[in-house]
Design a protein around this ligand. Structure first.
Ligand code: SF4
Length: 392
């Protein structure tokens, strides 16, 4: 069986840049982050320039399709000065053409949003800001070790909205000792603000974080599952008004403000990614860079390569992933379109799985269209793993 879809692998039109610098590592954070080492920023930019130059050498076709989305994530991209952000942008623009209407997102912490910071972001074309708000509640923010408060967060949202227009925030639920009422208050403050997009996440305790050790010692307790479910449903309820739409398991947007970068991931369109811990999907190959910033810098500057994991995926795996990630979008997915893209007929391959998921009332499957039910939204991970795994 051929390994390549009939039309070839999609040429990536998205780029993720991981900027690992943070002032402080928050207790729950398991991202690839380096705190208090801003003196490494010039070396980091040397490494990024080298990595981007390698993409051109390895056969990116920059003259064909321009980037439609760029996501500067972290870490905290806004820890880079205006001059360093310019240098980063120059390196990107020398590697890829960028579409005039490209969505260019930068993540930022609310306390970083100053007029100078917004000047620097706008100077490199940023037209979408994703703020790590997490909560508006003082106790919860303290517990999460965040250094802003409600008024800083609301000011940041408003200032960014006036300058850039498109503002997204992240909110966390299920923090230690958080009540449903606290969460509902976070949601209603968010909904009354000028954001156009919100992503909500349940707090997870990841190995290697200080929250993990504190939970093991009994210092912190995890929210129970029933409460987490109630919190998730509270978000759905809060953002079920006419002007909002839940378009993905964790994402809510006002009309025409869906995150184009994430849509590219879920649609399996392929993406480039650079920086420590960055994961890319290009020409049917998934690669992940080393997640330690210092190791990434050493390897990239010594040999021009900091790839730590490589996986070549089969066409069947790709097809299953298109279904498993695609179905996270609440509009659902058309399995015959996937069949056309990959030549693999998932409806035939997964006939038993699809029947079982329907009998469990987790999905509907009609006229080739697969969609999560209301219950399926709550058990989306079960649906995804059924679509990805071999039937028993
Ligand atoms: S600011 Fe964000 S990326 Fe940085 S340590 Fe905190 S949670 Fe992690």
């Amino acid at each position: 069986m051929t390994r390549v879809p009939p039309g070839g692998w999609p040429q990536p039109q998205s780029l993720y840049v991981h900027v690992p610098f943070c002032r402080h590592r928050c207790g729950y954070c398991n991202f690839s982050v380096i705190a208090g080492r801003d003196e490494l920023q010039d070396q980091y930019l040397d490494a990024i320039e080298r990595e981007l130059a390698g993409i051109t050498r390895d056969g990116a076709r920059p003259d064909e399709l321009p980037l439609q989305t760029i996501f500067l994530g972290g870490g905290t991209p806004t820890r880079l000065s205006a001059a360093r952000l310019q240098r980063l942008h120059r390196a990107i623009a020398e590697t890829f053409p960028i579409a005039d209407d490209a969505e260019i997102t930068a993540e930022a912490n609310p306390e970083d949003i100053t007029p100078e910071c917004l000047d620097a972001l706008q100077a490199i074309g940023v037209n979408r800001i994703s703020l790590g708000v997490q909560s508006f509640n003082a106790d919860k923010l303290r517990c999460l070790e965040r250094s802003h408060d409600e008024s800083i967060a609301l000011d940041a949202i408003e200032t960014a909205h006036q300058r850039v227009g498109n503002v997204s925030i992240d909110l966390i639920f299920g923090a230690p000792n958080e009540t449903l009422a606290t969460w509902q208050n976070d949601l209603s403050i968010a909904a009354a603000s000028s954001i156009s997009h919100v992503s909500t996440y349940a707090l997870t305790f990841e190995k290697g974080t200080s929250f993990w050790s504190r939970r093991s010692r009994g210092d912190l307790s995890e929210a129970d599952e029933t409460l987490e479910l109630q919190m998730y449903e509270a978000a759905q309820q809060q953002f079920s008004t006419a002007s909002w739409q839940q378009y993905e398991i964790s994402s809510f947007a006002r009309e025409s403000f869906r995150c184009q970068h994430n849509l590219a991931y879920w649609a399996g369109r392929g993406w480039h990614a650079v920086g420590p811990g960055a994961a890319r999907f290009v020409d049917g190959r998934r690669e992940v860079n080393h997640r330690s910033t210092t190791t990434y810098l050493k390897r990239m500057l010594a040999s021009g390569n900091a790839t730590d994991e490589t996986e070549t995926i089969t066409l069947e795996q790709y097809t299953r992933e298109l279904a498993a990630f695609g179905v996270r979008q609440l509009d659902g997915i058309n399995l015959s379109t996937i069949h056309d893209r990959t030549s693999i007929d998932l409806e035939a391959l997964l006939v038993e799985t699809l029947t079982k998921l329907q009998s469990m009332e987790l999905v509907t499957h009609q006229n080739h269209h697969l969609r999560l039910t209301r219950r399926g939204i709550l058990f989306a991970d079960t649906v995804a793993s059924a679509l990805l795994s071999e039937p028993n």
